[in-house]
Ligand binder design. Structure first.
Ligand code: PAF
Length: 278
């Protein structure tokens, strides 16, 4: 496995291949990332993982400065998973000057849910992902389903900008108790870690309500928000949405595999997100 830091070196190395399969990450890798890398391997003739903590997608009060940078450990895991190339540019390599040109995704998809609570987040994500796509020129790129809205925003960017890249979504990996694997789980204290599973349990409770015929979505959402708030969480949203556009469901959307429940909530100082398709 080769570790590469500059765009020039990456281009020289990738010249030998026709069909890169690409997994973009911010490092601090867990089993969910590794599963994506293993899924990527048979999809291309070279497997490329990028590791770059992207300043553009963090709000000023968020954890850009403290986000764990664990390159050595990440590389060991990637090598064991069969990754061929790790592209780990420094800030100066990817943003040698302030990034004035940005990709602004459409508001109806990118300014709701995560984008509402993290304004500018998807502009930061799309900008870096497009730039990474231009560096790697992959045939296929893989994103985790835990970031449900992110993979939708990227899928639509690729379609609207006619990028010749297939987007594959990898299933969310969960710990034994059901907590979705996330780099940010490492911030949780032992007590918070034990509590953290309540996010997926609450989402499951929302699904059960829908399956039992409840059609008052606002009531389901309020009950879920209160359930977590009563346990000491600070929920941003727990919501029932349509899978295809993340808008609130209409009467005809119930009972035909068209919905997803999504949640984001802070436990202590750690913000967790999760989702489950109904
Ligand atoms: O999901 C992530 O880790 C990041 O948002 C991504 C896609 C690597 C862009 O920085």
């Amino acid at each position: 496995m080769k570790l590469i830091h500059t765009i020039a070196e990456l281009r020289a190395e990738l010249g030998k291949y026709q069909r890169p399969a690409f997994v973009p990450t911010m490092g601090n890798l867990h089993e969910g990332h590794i599963a994506l890398v293993k899924q990527a391997k048979p999809l291309g003739d070279v497997t490329v993982v990028s590791i770059f903590v992207n300043r553009l997608q963090f709000l000023p009060h968020e954890d850009f400065g403290t986000y764990p940078r664990t390159l050595e450990a990440d590389c060991a895991k990637l090598e064991a998973a069969g990754c061929d190339l790790v592209f780990a540019p420094g800030e100066q390599d990817l943003y040698p000057e302030p990034q004035g040109y940005k990709v602004t995704p459409p508001t109806e998809l990118a300014d709701i849910l995560e984008g509402h609570f993290r304004p500018g987040f998807f502009t930061g994500v799309c900008t870096v992902v497009l730039k990474l796509f231009n560096c790697v020129q992959p045939r296929v790129a893989l994103f985790g389903a835990k970031d449900y809205q992110q993979q939708m925003v990227i899928r639509r960017m690729v379609a609207q900008l006619a990028l010749p890249i297939e987007i594959v979504t990898g299933a969310t990996l969960r710990a034994d108790d059901g907590l979705a694997l996330s780099s940010r789980n490492g911030y949780l204290s032992p007590a918070e870690r034990a509590e953290a599973v309540q996010l997926s349990r609450t989402l499951k409770g929302m699904i059960v309500a829908l399956q039992n015929g409840e059609r008052n979505v606002a009531a389901i959402e309020q009950h879920a928000m209160k359930t977590l708030a009563d346990r000491g969480w600070h929920p941003d949203y727990l919501t029932v949405r349509r899978r295809h556009d993340l808008q609130p469901p209409q009467a005809g959307d119930f009972g035909r595999n068209a919905l997803v429940v999504l949640g984001a909530a802070r436990l202590g100082s750690t913000r967790l997100i999760d989702n489950l398709e109904v």
